[in-house]
Design a binder for this molecule. Sequence first.
Ligand SMILES: [Zn+2]
Ligand SMILES: [Zn+2]
Ligand SMILES: [Zn+2]
Ligand SMILES: [Zn+2]
Length: 392
Amino acid sequence: MSDLRVDVCANCGIESGDAVKLKDCTACRLVKYCGVDCQRAHRKRHKKACKQRAAELKDERLYGQGHERPEGDFCPICTLPIPIPMPKHSGFYICCMKKICFGCDVAAKKRGMHGCPFCRTSLSCNDADKLAMVRTRAEKKDPDAIFFLGQKYFFGEHFGLRKDTRKAVELLTEAAELGSIQAFFSLGNAYLRGRGYGVQQDHAKATEFFAKAAMEGHVESRFNLGCFEEQKGNHDRAVRHFLISAKMGDNDSVESIKRAFMAGIATKEQYAEALRGHQDAVEQMKRDGVEKDHAKATEFYMKAAMQGHVPSRYNLGCYEAKKGNFHRAVRHLLISAKMGEERSLAAIKKMFMTGLTNKEQYAETLKGYQCAAEEMKSHDRDEVKALPGGEL
Ligand SMILES: [Zn+2]
Ligand SMILES: [Zn+2]
Ligand SMILES: [Zn+2]
Ligand SMILES: [Zn+2]
């Protein structure tokens, strides 16, 4: 490709050849120079375009990378991604530094296994033994073990370790350099808080660390970036971040987009995309059995709805709305409202208030529901009349 381009120095115009080796402007890669002197001479004219392109390149990386969760977010036994927040849904084993989902953890205990469900090491209850286990791994430069130690020094409540935030930051920095994504996140948090966390508060540095973690697929870091942009009033950038983390299964991110949508900042399409993506991610995290049950339930509702079962039709509507398919949701809800389902009317009213459906559809629903309700009342009266001595 590059041989099609005429390679000339952006300042003096000299062509690249045997005697002249041109070098890219490393910030933007838009122009080339024959040497430092030309680069310096050209600086003033080039500055604006260079800065703009450099920012674009940075954004491409920031928003383009980290759409998949990292390896450590997956349970090594069932290979499914662990739901977020992970500490609520998994156990952590220091023998192998693995997070194991509660499903697998409980299943192993039920089978009578007492050690680690993954590597089968039996764990000592003694703090000194545990600490020795972690230290051995840390000495072998295991980034997860170094991160783990760093965390312990931060809070200083476990393993008989004294709180030492300086030491903590040192360890976390080392872990980050060795590729621990969690260490980037923890350092981001430290710089965000500053005092008491072993560093000077520095918002720019915090953002930088969160960006590094987010580009590796760290969900909470991505969410934090979204919040920062929101605080700065950059709603467009905020929504872009939230959309990524929502699709990785983060509930807070969906809520943020919902709020943005209600405030007229995010579009209906973005909200629908977030809901759909989140739902897909959640389904992916479910264990096989549950997922199958879910599909089975939908199938059952569909059959029942087609035979005129009203609550099933309502359930289908809710299901579609949850997935962000508002169009399909309204169609189900409209049918069931016209059959007298009050919950369907309430659901469409809510969707109308938030702009997810139009006035005509709400009006049609309301009218249909009222007709059905009237019919039911008169039907009740007829029944009363038909009963012997039922006249009140
Ligand atoms: Zn030159
Ligand atoms: Zn440049
Ligand atoms: Zn598992
Ligand atoms: Zn283990």
